[in-house]
Design a protein around this ligand. Structure first.
Ligand code: ADP
Ligand code: MG
Length: 607
């Protein structure tokens, strides 16, 4: 909700934000310079055209002197060619800048997102990020390229016309400029009204969408509570409100142009009266009068245009702020300059300096909290030799996930150290760690694409044979082969429906293919049938063989096989040992085991 509200609160144009976006545009210096040249040329040509007509009227029509007809025609041809050239040029360059700016904004957002830690994604709605990456950056790129062009064009044209007019005949020029302040005031007034109207409409619209979503996403609940009538009333009243607000905005927007047009006709009328008077006493030529009528119509166009552009910038203000906010998000979790020097950055890793990994892990006096003064781990120490499988057990909130978060460096300890092969986490890059760790999530995510591609995410350069080998090792080959197109069957969004157990097997195969020395497994709590359980158990055994592994275990079958079981309570290790040792102690683990074992027996009896 917070994220949505912000959109409507920003009404002022924040120059700081736009400066940052405009800087992005200027990365494409050559295009910008070309664009400005074409636009300036165009603005000047607009001021020159009436002069050409003036010459024709005064010399050819009034003076009956045709001696300069040929150079006049040649000059006219050159002017129209330049016109054509500058129109082509600015459309092409502005289009190029638009595409380029969109690309740069998305690239920067993507790079920032890659560097951000998990905690950022915990806090930030996915939809919010998606909107920044897609509609906002597209909108900004559009407005910044075409908006700047129109703004510049309008300004140049106004200045060029103003200067020409005063040089030509200052008395008539004064009449036109006298209307300028009135036009500006009216433009500002109407633009503000229109903007407010549309902003209100958009605000109501988001409420309508929200109410629509709620009614239909929760259709079942709505029906079961029999509140269709209430939902309908609420929806209708909001929709009506939206209609009224929109109509008001449309009304203002429809009045704006005629008013401006009226003023410009009045100004032209004044020029006609004053101009004809001057013409009669020969203080003015017919050509000049004609040119001024032409200028009067051209002069007010840019004012309306500039008013429109400024309103657009104002409307895009929220988009600009959100995109800048995303791009500038700082990660609290960064590598030190020395580490980057040795290991390289995420996007330019120096693989040649990356040492291989053995798999010894040590937590050394680690203290940690998520929130100040709420210690989760207090002076936690643990040494795990390479190849050991460790199971973490304990009640919800005991700190299992925290230990894994720290090992994966999604968070960093407040004090203490985490060492891999005897080297501190601070002396290695986060990217090194993430490339070395294998992480199998509790609810595995499959990307759109086929099974083959999904397994290959484990190691992108693996051959088809290696992928199939991994699937076979894990025991996934059987169900994959039974799918209609085998390894080439589509999965993920819009693809084949596959069960959670099968998803797990695919993500296990991914991990086998990646072949990490340290593996983290967040086991699913969901109860599965005993047939699948056997398959998953076999897969887990295969996966863990020879690796250092940390498992958040829920199934007894996994725990029993672990080399070391850690029983956690409030961030402390209360018991430590193998399944057999801990059972014979008849302590915390024994109690936990008894409870789970009984539950499991009961589950089996029921199913
Ligand atoms: P487990 O995985 O064993 O259920 P966790 O490691 O998730 O336990 O949680 C340990 C403690 O840390 C709990 O008290 C929990 O409330 C707290 N905690 C976990 N994640 C966060 C977080 N993101 N922000 C604040 N507190 C958290
Ligand atoms: Mg947990």
């Amino acid at each position: 909700m917070n994220y949505e509200e912000k959109e409507f609160d920003n009404q002022k144009v924040n120059l700081q934000t736009w400066k940052k976006i405009i800087k992005t545009v200027f990365t494409n210096r050559k295009s910008v310079i070309l664009l400005f040249t074409f636009v300036i040329l165009l603005g000047m040509l607009e001021a020159i055209t009436p002069l050409l007509n003036r010459y024709a009227i005064d010399v050819f029509f009034e003076g009956k002197d045709y001696s300069t007809l040929t150079p006049y025609i040649i000059f006219n041809v050159i002017v129209s060619l330049l016109f054509g050239l500058s129109v082509w040029g600015f459309i092409y360059q502005a289009g190029k800048i638009e595409v380029e700016t969109n690309y740069i904004l998305r690239k920067q957002s993507f790079e920032t997102l890659q560097r951000l830690p998990f905690s950022y994604f915990d806090k930030t709605p996915q939809g919010w990020i998606m909107a920044r990456m897609t509609s906002d950056s597209r909108r900004l790129a559009n407005i910044i390229s075409w908006g700047l062009v129109d703004l510049l064009w309008g300004l140049i044209m106004m200045i060029a016309i103003l200067v020409t007019m005063f040089v030509l005949e200052w008395r008539l020029a004064l009449i036109i400029t006298a209307a300028l302040p009135l036009m500006i005031v009216i433009s500002i007034y109407f633009r503000t009204k229109i903007l407010k109207g549309y902003r209100k409409a958009r605000k109501i619209n988001s409420l309508v969408t929200g109410s629509f979503n709620e009614s239909f996403m929760g259709a079942k609940t709505t029906k079961s509570l029999a509140i269709e009538e209430e939902n309908y009333q609420e929806f209708i009243s909001k929709t009506q409100e939206l209609k009224q607000a929109s109509v008001k905005a449309i009304l203002f927007s429809a009045i704006f142009s005629p008013i401006m047009l009226m003023i410009s006709y009045v100004v032209i009328g004044f020029i006609m009266v004053r101009g004809t008077n001057m013409l009669l006493v020969s203080a003015l030529t017919l050509g000049t009068l004609y040119a001024f009528i032409d200028y009067a119509t051209r002069f007010f166009e840019p004012i309306m245009q500039i008013a429109r552009i400024l309103a657009q910038f104002q409307q895009a203000q929220a988009s600009a702020e959100r995109v800048v906010q995303l791009i500038e998000t700082k990660s609290e979790l960064v590598d030190s300059p020395e580490v980057i020097e040795q290991y390289g950055d995420i996007f330019t890793p120096k693989y040649e300096n990356w040492e291989p990994i053995q798999g010894d892990v040590e937590f050394k006096n680690v203290t940690f909290n998520y929130v100040d003064n709420e210690t989760v781990l207090d002076n936690f120490s643990l040494k795990i030799p390479s190849g050991t499988s460790v199971a973490l057990v304990g009640q919800t909130g005991s700190g299992k996930t925290t230990i894994i978060n720290l090992l994966s460096r999604f968070y960093e300890p407040i004090s203490g150290d985490i060492l891999i092969d005897g080297k501190s986490y601070k002396e290695r890059s986060i990217h090194w760690l993430h490339k070395r760790l294998g992480y199998v999530l509790q609810t595995p995510h499959l990307f759109s694409g086929n099974v083959m591609e999904n397994i290959r995410y484990g190691r992108l350069d693996a051959t088809d044979e290696e992928v199939i080998e991994a699937a076979k090792a894990i025991g996934a080959d059987e169900f994959i082969s039974k799918m209609d197109q085998g390894y080439y069957s589509e999965v993920g969004e819009g693809g084949n429906k596959i069960s959670i157990g099968q998803k797990q097997l695919i993500s296990f195969a991914r991990a086998v293919l990646a072949d990490p020395r340290i593996l983290i497994l967040d086991e699913a709590t969901s109860s599965i049938d005993s047939e699948s359980e056997k398959i998953i158990q076999h897969a887990t055994d295969t996966l863990l063989k020879g690796r250092t592994s940390f498992i958040v275990a829920h199934r007894l079958s996994t725990i029993v096989h672990s080399d070391l079981i850690l029983v956690l309570k409030e961030g402390k290790i209360v018991e430590l040992g193998s399944h057999k040792e801990l059972l014979s102690k008849k302590g915390a683990y024994f109690d936990l085991y008894k409870k789970q074992f009984l539950n499991e027996q009961m589950d089996k009896a029921v199913h």
